[in-house]
Design a protein around this ligand. Structure first.
Ligand code: ZN
Length: 483
């Protein structure tokens, strides 16, 4: 019996050892690989794109198709890219629509069948794709940009190309997660991947992008730029004829601040630098070599992308600009490094990001915002939301764990997800004490870095310190009453 056990043990070791030794390599080679060539027509505001994805089946199932989220379709006629409250900011020149024209899809070089399950989801047939197998999916498409101050579109100052390309949906629990378009929140969920994006644009424009950029050639007034980004969950670029640029470094991270009409550029660059330094100290290292903070035409406050954050050019004052810069940079950890389903569980990244923003101000007192005051203001604001909504609607749903399309209004979403989300993490901190709380937070980063974490994963990490599951669930379910 003993001998048999040893033989069995050796067999197990022989199977497991290569994976243990090359565990990290395995993860890296299993990342999807996007290569995209983009021809930007600045005059007609179109993007001509050629895209290749080496898609890996990391699941245990045999896949017959692969689904992609196509955000570009959110800007076509018939869709509501923004809620009524943001129409004026989004469309200063009048309502306007874009187009997404998919010309060709091939799988391993052969023309493939595809369909749109709904406007947000493109599904491509791939034959039989078994576990650990890969397939090359190629697409040619043209995007006509809408004149809209949004993630994808053009305004008076910038051409924003966020979420412009079809991105593979996350396959989990035996199916692809297929978000709807939602003009509330960020309806995005993707795994990290490797990117090589070649962007050809007019030499009159300056480019900001995810990853590292290398200028390849300039010919006839056109510039070709090669952008490379590894282990990131998305790719964004922004073009402007007005961009000026200031730079600094935080450790080995180059920080770039792209701006126009901005008297305090150097000051905001320093805020970005302090944000990187503070969050590295509190949570763990920012593992990329660059971060770009990009002023742009944008109808909301800001938006996070890997290595790049958009900051709206219509923010009221320099304090608000700082706040938004810090919030979006905190997302580099909670969204960028630790991914989560932003459509189904927005509180998971937004609540933690808003809480991290408060931590920044606690650690950088020169900004004049005190942590306790931020929490007090949040409690007051949340209670006011409950009072107002209850007086109009009677009983209201105060739960946090709802998908974006289950929120009826923007104030309801912001109050439940950001404000109450932040207060929940403050409660956790208070309950566990700083030592255990930050230990859990660092473990959350370390365990799920470059991966995705479910709400249960987050809860489990904190419950290792002490079992607060019921308490957390009461916050999420909306039964906690704030005093
Ligand atoms: Zn956010």
């Amino acid at each position: 019996m003993k001998r048999r056990f040893i033989v069995f043990g050796l067999i197990v070791l022989a199977i497991v050892l290569p994976f243990a030794l090359f565990g990290c390599d395995k993860k890296v080679t299993n990342l999807d690989f996007y290569q995209i060539e983009v021809q930007v027509d600045e005059e007609n505001k179109t993007l001509d794109c050629s895209q290749s994805i080496i898609y890996h089946n990391n699941s245990e199932n045999c896949l017959l198709s692969v689904s992609f989220f196509v955000y570009a379709n959110a800007f076509t006629e018939g869709q509501k890219a923004v809620g009524t409250a943001y129409l004026d900011k989004a469309y200063p020149n009048g309502e306007n629509f874009g187009q997404f024209c998919l010309e060709k899809v091939t799988v391993d070089g052969k023309v493939a069948e595809f369909c749109f399950d709904k406007p947000s989801i493109l599904t491509v047939e791939v034959g039989q794709l078994w576990q650990d197998e890969q397939v090359q999916i190629e697409m040619d498409y043209t995007i006509v940009l809408a004149n809209i101050n949004h993630r994808l579109g053009y305004g008076d100052n910038t051409i924003n190309c966020g979420n412009f390309f079809p991105i593979a949906c996350v396959y989990e629990n035996g199916q692809f997660s297929k978000p709807d378009f939602s003009n509330i929140g960020d309806p995005f969920y993707s795994q990290t991947a490797n990117f090589e994006v070649k962007i050809c644009h007019s030499a009159d424009y300056e480019l900001a992008c995810t990853g590292q950029q290398k200028q390849l050639a300039t010919k006839d007034g056109r510039v070709s730029v090669f952008c490379e980004a590894e282990n990131v969950r998305d790719f964004c670029f922004v073009l402007s004829q007005k961009f000026e640029l200031v730079k600094d470094v935080a450790g080995d991270v180059e920080i770039r601040y792209y701006f126009y009409d901005q008297p305090n550029a150097e000051y905001h660059l320093q805020t970005a630098k302090k944000a990187i330094e503070t969050f590295e100290q509190l949570f763990g290292k920012y593992p990329y070599k660059q971060l770009s903070v990009v002023k742009s035409n944008f109808c909301y406050g800001g938006m996070e992308y890997p290595n790049l954050v958009l900051i709206s050019d219509c923010l009221a004052d320099k304090e608000t600009v700082d706040y938004v810069i810090v919030h979006e940079i905190a997302h580099q950890w909670w969204y960028g490094l630790v991914g989560s389903n932003q459509f189904d569980n927005a509180w998971q990244d937004e609540g933690l990001t808003e809480f991290s923003t408060a931590l920044f101000f606690e650690n950088n007192l020169e900004y004049g915002l005190e942590y306790q005051q931020i929490m007090q203001n949040a409690t007051t604001s949340y209670k006011k939301f409950v009072d107002v909504f209850e007086s109009v609607l009677g009983d209201i749903d105060q739960s946090m764990d709802r998908s974006l399309t289950e929120f009826d209004t923007e104030p309801e979403y912001v109050s439940c997800v950001y404000t109450k989300g932040m207060l929940m993490f403050d409660w956790l901190r208070e309950d566990l004490g700083d030592k255990k709380f930050f230990k859990a937070l660092r473990e959350y980063l370390e365990t799920y870095k470059f991966q995705t974490a479910s709400p249960q994963d987050l809860i489990s990490v904190f419950c290792k310190q002490r079992n607060l599951k019921k308490g957390i669930e009461a916050w999420l379910g909306g039964t906690v009453v704030l005093n």
